[in-house]
Design a protein around this ligand. Structure first.
Ligand SMILES: NC(=O)c1ccc[n+]([C@@H]2O[C@H](COP(=O)([O-])OP(=O)(O)OC[C@H]3O[C@@H](n4cnc5c(N)ncnc54)[C@H](O)[C@@H]3O)[C@@H](O)[C@H]2O)c1
Ligand SMILES: O=P(O)(O)OC[C@H](O)CO
Length: 425
């Protein structure tokens, strides 16, 4: 049996993305790699989309006597010098083992664990850049809330990342407003990781269970039909399982993945339903816009609750209709990535807040996003368009009245005031 003591190599982590959530997750994993240094290398690379940034006068880092403050600087240099992402996660100290890197190929080159965490509109191009540059036996976790709609249909980012890069990729999603997690306020999250059976070697000590509370390497083997060419069978055809992890590395099973993300303030529940976890995070962003609109109209909590109820129903229906073989209703109704994320997103999320302001001020959500978010990106508006274009190809717009209503309102064909009539049974 493999023993951690005999694992000559450690896993190196790279976070691909450094926005509000990307930087928060880099902080979380950087704390954990230090505490689990028998498994993980101490340095966490964080790929940063480079830009020049002027430290604002109100920042505690502003020093009128220093050139660093009086003219724009490279964001990576500011992060590495100040140990703070002054633009996307201001006033949160980052552990010193987070290293910002503007060169994506260099950032990923030694990583056996890749955490994808950037606005969903950018991931396709990033993966194209990364092709052939990642370690073939690397494993991925997608923290991206969105879906990839193309001529192929509606794909989960875990699947599209996995197939583009030839690696296995799971998903992390939950009721996780980034600034609250960064401030170490307690929250829960869900990680769906259904790795190839070959990853489920036993960690030491002997007898330690090798998988999640809900699974075992044995039932993983039953769940996963191994096909030739490095593919696992899934509801949507095939997804990459990557290449076997060399024996010198500690196994990347549920136990070790949980060690990378779980904190006293960030409680992780491991599951196998990658589709449900990914869809909960993506589709609630559409619903949060509707919730923001009805709240902005001053319609009160009952109206917002009605929108959230419908949102959960449409999430479940979407999963069951289009990802029927793998998606579990319980993922939406019991896990943080489902109902809890719906509630938090419809209370304090950016999509909710910007939609609410747009109604109150009579401005477009895009204008409000530009004005309020300092470069952060809403995911709900583009997801509403992408999901609608997919539903149209399926002839199923009417089956998802809330998602369709949000699209119609964004398109200017209806007004937020029309929502009750548009969703009436
Ligand atoms: N912020 C949150 O509270 C939160 C919480 C949970 C999940 N999420 C999800 O995490 C994902 C990442 O969100 P975020 O909050 O970290 O991002 P963000 O909204 O802060 O977006 C800004 C990021 O986009 C990058 N960017 C801008 N232009 C780019 C380009 N052309 N190419 C590549 N990158 C570019 C910026 O450098 C910056 O890192 C999203 O899918 C989001 O839904 C966010
Ligand atoms: O700020 P939002 O609307 O992108 O939502 C943030 C998180 O997804 C909440 O879990």
């Amino acid at each position: 049996m493999a023993s951690l003591a005999t694992n000559a190599k450690k896993h190196k982590v790279c976070v691909v993305g450094s926005g509000n959530w990307g930087t928060t997750i880099a902080k979380v994993v950087a704390e954990n790699v230090k505490e689990n240094d028998e498994i993980f290398d101490e340095e966490v690379q964080m790929w940063v989309y480079e830009e020049d940034y002027q430290v604002p006068k109100e920042s505690k880092h502003y020093d009128p006597g220093s050139a660093l403050s009086t003219k724009p600087q490279k964001l990576t240099q500011l992060i590495n010098r100040l140990h703070e992402n002054v633009k996307y996660l201001p006033d949160i100290a980052l552990p010193k083992n987070v290293v910002a890197n503007p060169d994506i190929a260099d950032a990923v080159k030694e990583a056996t664990i890749l955490i994808f965490n950037l606005p969903h509109q950018f991931i396709g191009r990033i993966c194209d850049n990364l092709k052939g540059k990642v370690i073939p036996y690397a494993r991925g976790i997608s923290c991206i809330k969105g879906v990839a709609v193309s001529e192929k249909g509606c794909e989960l980012f875990s699947d599209s990342i996995g197939s583009k890069l030839g690696i296995y990729c799971g998903a992390l999603s939950g009721a996780n407003i980034a600034t609250e997690v960064a401030l170490e306020k307690w929250s829960e999250t869900t990680i769906a990781y259904d790795p190839p059976p070959m990853d489920s070697r036993q960690p030491t000590p002997a007898g330690t269970p090798s998988d999640s509370p809900r699974g075992s390497s044995a039932n993983l083997a039953e769940l996963s039909t191994e096909l030739s060419g490095g593919q696992l069978s899934t509801a949507k055809g095939t997804k990459s399982k990557g290449v076997a992890l060399p024996a010198e590395y500690p196994p990347l099973n549920h136990i070790n993945m949980r060690k990378l993300f779980h904190r006293p303030y960030f409680h992780v529940h491991m599951v196998h339903d990658v589709a449900g976890v990914s869809l909960g995070g993506a589709l609630k962003n559409i619903v949060a816009i509707a919730a923001g609109w009805v709240d902005g109209l001053g319609w009160g909590d009952n109206a917002k609750a009605a929108v959230e109820r419908l949102g959960i129903l449409e999430e479940v229906k979407f999963g069951k209709t289009f990802f029927s073989k793998t998606c579990r209703t319980e993922t939406f109704t019991e896990e943080s990535c489902g109902v809890a994320d719906m509630i938090t997103s419809c209370s304090g999320g950016r999509n909710f807040r910007c939609a609410k302001m747009s109604v109150k001020e009579g401005k477009s959500i895009g204008e409000i996003e530009e004005r309020e978010l300092n470069g952060q990106k809403l995911q709900g508006t583009s997801t509403a368009y992408e999901v609608n274009s997919f539903l149209k190809t399926q002839g199923m717009e009417q089956e998802f009245p809330l998602f369709t209503a949000v699209y119609s309102i964004l398109e200017g064909k209806n007004k937020p005031e029309d929502i009750p009539q548009l969703v009436e049974r």
